[in-house]
Design a protein around this ligand. Structure first.
Ligand code: ZN
Length: 264
């Protein structure tokens, strides 16, 4: 049985923190996965958590339930974004390693290309657990008219990007890795000073290190140009190669005129 910090409150159908409910079955929460009542464990020995209410006879639905720590955190993360409605989010820079197609085992030509610099975006949330065209979106928002997708990942939920599913939509896609949110539980004994909900909010909205770019609308053109450039470079002899300053010029030129934040 997994220890989970968030459960679905029956009356409101909202995810709630174990610190914000009554003890035991009075919490009025169910497991969103198997619908079994959950009991709020608010003891002094362990970190507070929800547990499936056990009956005298062992219940198969409980032992097979997939409602884990990470599932509960993912559900609460979606809700926290939805509740905010609009927010500003700091994003890291996006670098992409381009490799020349003429590379071989003797000579590998690669270059790190800057797709976008670190920035702060203003995000308006449109929905959760939805899609943009055929592409899944845990959170779907807009950044100055551009669609923006957030995907949550954790050890039980991997994600492979498939741009085809965007059907040509010029969307930015970021991943937020929830793996380290398990530290919310670390060294906890009894009630937490900071509720898990507050701790998760800080993790999502203030800690840039969990965020990474999965796709940027301008990456295809920048990568293509950089690859062509590498191709040319590796087909000419070393003495006539561009000097580093000129290579920087090329990258700057490739990026000129593209800004995610810029309106159409
Ligand atoms: Zn369950």
């Amino acid at each position: 049985m997994s220890k989970v910090p968030f459960a679905l409150e029956l009356d409101t159908q909202k995810y709630v923190d174990v610190h914000d409910v009554k003890r035991g079955l009075k919490c009025n929460c169910i497991c969103p996965s198997c619908k079994t009542p959950l009991s709020a464990k608010q003891g002094d020995e362990n970190a507070w958590h929800f547990a499936h209410a056990t009956r005298s006879t062992s219940d198969k639905t409980v032992t097979n339930c997939e409602y884990s720590f990470y599932v509960s955190v993912t559900q609460m993360a979606k809700q926290l974004f939805m509740d905010r409605g609009s927010l500003s989010l700091s994003l890291p820079a996006y670098n992409y390693r381009v490799q020349s197609s003429t590379s071989n085992s003797f000579y590998t030509s690669t270059r790190e290309v800057l797709i976008t610099e670190a920035s702060s975006i203003s995000l308006n949330i449109q929905g959760i657990e939805t899609k943009l065209s055929r592409h899944a979106a845990d959170v779907l928002g807009k950044v100055r008219g551009f669609p923006f997708i957030i995907i949550f990942t954790h050890p039980e939920k991997r994600f492979e990007i498939d741009i085809e599913l965007l059907d040509g939509e010029r969307a930015g896609i970021i991943g937020i890795d929830l793996t380290d949110s398990v530290s919310i539980f670390h060294n906890q004994k009894g009630a937490s000073i900071t509720s898990f909900k507050e701790a998760l909010s800080a993790y999502l909205f203030d800690e840039i290190e969990h965020i990474k770019w999965l796709y940027h609308p301008r990456e295809s053109s920048v990568i293509e140009k950089a690859a062509q450039h590498l191709e040319k470079e590796s087909s000419i002899d070393k003495s006539s190669r561009l000097d580093p300053a000129k290579e920087m010029d090329f990258i700057d030129r490739a990026l000129a005129g593209f800004h995610l934040n810029r309106g159409k």
